[in-house]
Design a protein around this ligand. Sequence first.
Ligand SMILES: *Cc1c(COP(=O)(O)O)cnc(C)c1O
Length: 452
Amino acid sequence: MPKGINYYVEEAKKTMDRRAEHRKIVKTWKFDTIACHGIYSLEEAMSCGQGGIIEPVIASTSQAFRDSDELEAALAYKIPSWSYARIHNPTIFYLEETLALLETYGTDIEATGLCTSSGMSAIKQAVEPLVAQVKGDNKPINFVSSCQVYGGTYQLFNVRMAERGVEVKWVTSPAETDKWEEKIDENTRFLYAEMPTNPQQGCVDIKKLADLAHKHEIPLIIDSTIATPALLRPIEHGADIVVHSLTKTIGSNGNCVGGAIVARHNLTSKHLTDEQKGNYAFWVKLLPFRDSGPCMTPMTAFQFLNELKSLRVRMENFSENAEKVVEFLSKHPKIEKVNYLGLEDNPLHPLAKKYMKLVDTDRPMFGHLCSFNVGGKLEETRKFFDNLNIISRATDLGRIKSIATIPAISTHQQQGEEGRAMASIPPNMVRLCVGGENPEDIINDLKQALGK
Ligand SMILES: *Cc1c(COP(=O)(O)O)cnc(C)c1O
């Protein structure tokens, strides 16, 4: 006797209700507890992980069904299932849930996460539906972005978007909210900023920017890669969508590439349909994401899940190390200028302090990324850089190991001199991301390289 589709729908409802009940309890926990457990309850462990205390890697391309009714219900998205690993997967689900819970920590805001193959694909998936041409409407499409964005984002916005007639309007002083307002018109689809920015250490007034976006009925997207939810949760301040390169600070061990979108439910956009706005991340997952295929692998999700468990402790350690290194650099005669939001004399310090704090404390904290300009002739910058011993020369950041690069010849090479000048990236700037080593050793490495 076939059970019928309704049987599976009813059973799924019961599971979903129990999951929702458990999720409510999880929402009352502290940050570290959520980071350690997410929604991986004993029930989840019994049904998905053979009782294993750590979320399992479900390394299977697809899911088998009991009968044709269950298969049909699953493929019609009528029951929570994962079907095929390009669309979904249980290990990835636990990561998405944990990220959404951490990004909305301390609020009753509902949000959903979507994991992607990389940070760039998260950004692409987040913005793509927003810049879609509505059928029968030939109005030009634009969006407004801080010009201080990651090099890959700059190329996506400046080159790839232009290729299809979508215009990016750059804001060159993103901390001043009125500079954003000047650029918005009726064809503006969204606002986009990073906080804090890489490598200049810029920041924006998220709350004011969100209010401005909402006044124009468009969403605000924040790339929060450098801050992580341990230091900043933009949704709490009004942002609609947060994007992450999980590759970086969240995945500080440096083994995997991945990204994530976390979108609040019922986000603001006059261009999206109600169905799209209701649960944007989930809608993207079920349709455009499924159709373009930038999925994460289960093994990668497993590694990020395990790194998330100690995120707050790591961010505290990294930030404290960075503070000590920045203090050393600020006093060094060969250094012209140090950019770090934690420096009291940084003009953006008061603004950054309003938003960036170690979660569950009142301690202002600014992460492990800084940059500085080396004085003297341009060769001095390269000479110093080439003499570093412990600090790796690499176009990477967010690592447990300290890493430095010269943005003008690496991460921001492609955007050209004009683009770099606009984004305040001089050729003598070195970007340094301080890791988990003892800061004394990092300071000594900098000292000897500057002395040569
Ligand atoms: C690295 C980075 C990205 C892109 O992420 P990938 O995982 O490398 O694709 C986006 N935004 C910021 C701030 C980054 O540092």
